[in-house]
Design a protein around this ligand. Sequence first.
Ligand SMILES: *Cc1c(COP(=O)(O)O)cnc(C)c1O
Length: 223
Amino acid sequence: MIKNQLNEILAQISQAEQTYSRTPGDVLLLAVSKTKSAQAIAEAYQAGQRHFGENYCQEAIGKQKELGAYDITWHFIGPIQSNKTKLIANHFSWVHSVDSFKIAQRLSTQRASDLPPLNICLQVNISGEPTKSGIALHELAELSQAIAILPNLVLRGVMAVPEPELDFEKQRQPFKTLYQAVADLNNPALDTFSFGMSADLKAAIAEGATIVRIGTALFGVRH
Ligand SMILES: *Cc1c(COP(=O)(O)O)cnc(C)c1O
């Protein structure tokens, strides 16, 4: 049952907050509902979950229509194609996967003026894998400065999907590096660290995550 899984994950989050001396309630659970039905989302919602993350724009918009009566905050976390920026800019409150100035600029220009500014994170390719999306760590400072001038966006922080790693200490390393790189920018507006998934939730919280993005552990495996 989704409700049981949700409570189990919330308990793990709160346990990890305690273990690593994080402020209770500091870490937000983002329920990643890609490929899952509107019904599954409704079930999680009824159990108290409010933030949902989606990877595919069209799929997400279909579910948003079905769930129009629910007070959900939608986050876009998937790769962004230029021809989808207008839809993404206007159907989400958060975009975690911004990885170029061009995409940021399009999102800012296309965000409707009657909506509040879009919250964005820069996706950082922290393991340096050539096939992964995201900017390199050394691009972070310059890109975050450039984005600061865009009127309809608020740069909130960073997102990362490190290479899968089973060892707990090894899981912590890329999160630690990224956290430190953001701290070095000395910008108090950057308050969001979107890292940690089903398999590395605890390591992410140990290293400062403020949003963990959980799919499988909540909704079961994707087919
Ligand atoms: C699918 C996905 C998740 C959730 O991953 P799980 O391993 O199912 O918890 C988190 N973040 C991103 C960017 C994803 O694409």
